[in-house]
Design a protein around this ligand. Sequence first.
Ligand code: BGC
Length: 722
Amino acid sequence: MSPDKPWLDTNLDADARARALIERLTLDEMITLIHGPMPNLIQGEKPADALTGAGYIGGVPRLDIPALNETDASLGVTNPRRVRPDDGATGLPGGLALGSTWDPHLAYEGGAMVGREAWAKGFNVLLGGGCNLTRDPRCGRNFEYLSEDPLLSGVLAGQAVKGAQSNHIVCTVKHFALNDQETCRHVVDARIDEAALRESDLLAFQIAIEIGDPGSVMCAYNRVNGEWCGENDFLLNKVLKQDWDWRGWVMSDWGAVHSTAKAALAGMDQESGYQLDKQVYFGPELMKTAVEQGEVPFERLTDMVHRILRSMIDKGLFDHPPEPTEPDYDANGDISQAAAEAGIVLLKNDGVLPLGEGLRKIAIIGAHADVGVLSGGGSSQVIPVGGPAIEKRVSMGPSSAFSSITYFPSSPMAAIRDRAQNVAVRFASGEDKAEAVELARDCDVAIVFADQWCTEAEDVPTLSLPNGQDEVIAAVAAIAPKTVVVLETGIPVVMPWLDQVNAVLEAWYPGTRGGEAIGRILFGEVSPSGRLPISFPRSVDDLVRPEIPGMIFGPPVEGQTIPTSYPDVQQHKGRFSVEHPEGADVGYRWYDRSGAKPLFPFGFGLTYTRFAHGGLELAGGETVTASFDITNTGERAGIETAQVYARIAGRQRLVGWARVALEPGETQRVSVTAEPRLLASYDVSVPGWRIDGGPVEVWVGTDAETAVLKGEAVLTARTMKP
Ligand code: BGC
């Protein structure tokens, strides 16, 4: 290290190194660092150091500042429009599958794996870390998010970010905040009370940021309480930078910048994918003028650049630049498979599962189970190594510009065949009901695969399975001796045939090795352990908003499995509001409030063994610690996720959980300490979190509706910083 390059001195802290650079940067160079294009849409010659990923921010070579090469996202390294020919990646199972694991360790491992592949492919920024709450179960991006609960989402997203950043890259959390519907995401104004926002979506982000310390946060497209997220002084300056004392930089979502001075003054630090904005608001013309005319104080520009450089240095981008290498796809596939196996949720089982001896004929029906498993569409779409099993372009609708219906080449049927020696395993596509029924008539067990494609940019207008699959399942169940349904859905679905079938597995989008994971669960090589991170409604009528605000139904589109929604920006004159009267009562808390019963509650999931719980001891004070025994009383090894709930301000809340693997007959005593903010209310007059002292109802549940141990703890009154 040369002494005249203090920014390369690893003995100095990241702030000092960033300051040393800022002293030497020209105004033009500073502006280079705060805006960038989508590399695919660069007109003319592409900079030599730009990879074809989601975003690019030029560096300053004379000062050793590397360019930022940004790739999506949480579920694997993407390859938008397959611009890097033959460059596949390992696909993790969808976010709700990861959420179903309730396993911080798997979230870390998954994030670390994606980060490792990103770095090996030359990227130094991973646009992962989606942690919006699944506030509406029909949100088209729920498959990228983790859960309806702030604690579960925050812990898992934080661990995933931490894992990703263990590879000398910056990871984001996104989309900040309240981007909880895709319909009209570019115009919707989500309106919510501050305390409710702090106790729900913001708490998920807050916990994720505390655990993961992301170098960057990506703002959302929508408005919150009247202001664009990218111009939202309350969200960016007040909450993120002041209250939470977070030191990283705010990048915009692609096409989410609407101004220069207003955005910069509200706390936006960098404009991403500027070709999608009306003007290059943070570029050489507008930003330079704004700084020269004092509309954006030079100190603000310096702060923007400082935040970017500090994060880059802090996360290792200067000291450990990416070294392109071939990822170990086999080992990475193992990580994805482990997450899929832990994330598959057994929703019903009358004893037909696990499949075992005595089978002669298995009928497999539907969802292209002969060749692969479904994945979700949009910017998070991973192209699997070796290419997809099936890829259908979408011809219409908001997602058609960038989405294809993609099946990963991991065949559930092959995995079943491998485990069913001397059994006739036959397949029907499910497109022809009569053919499916014929196959089902002549089998010992029918396994019906049903799927539902979801994509960024569109919500799903209905909770019903598309393309007549409900009828096929019912018809098969009426004729087959036993029927098992395997769902590959991006969101919860209703199940009009539930009473007629013998078992139901929710496999979500199960990732690169999804077929294998499903096979292992079906045959009992692994006991299912997934627990729902999202309530399954009985009907849209039980939701806060039975109709998705702003959705205008279009005709069904050929080749597309969902009716297309046309969130018509013109029709809403560029602006419309969605009230959130549910406030922080999202998901199971809404059911608690409304009294409606879900089809399957949050936290629910069956397994092949049984558990007993006992010996509850509760300690109160500044927080609550619940200690209790869990015993595996069945004949197989299994994993129990015991959930600790408390009733605070009249409402049920998850305050912690314990996930333990137990051999048959084994007992383990666990101790769960509540995250104190879940025991508090947010009080804007403090301002901060306020725990009302006194007795509080606490219970251990196997899901949000089933309490197995109950008690009371006494809390000490106190307040905590925002
Ligand atoms: C998405 C982001 C993504 C970005 C870059 C946007 O449309 O909302 O999540 O990271 O595109 O691809």
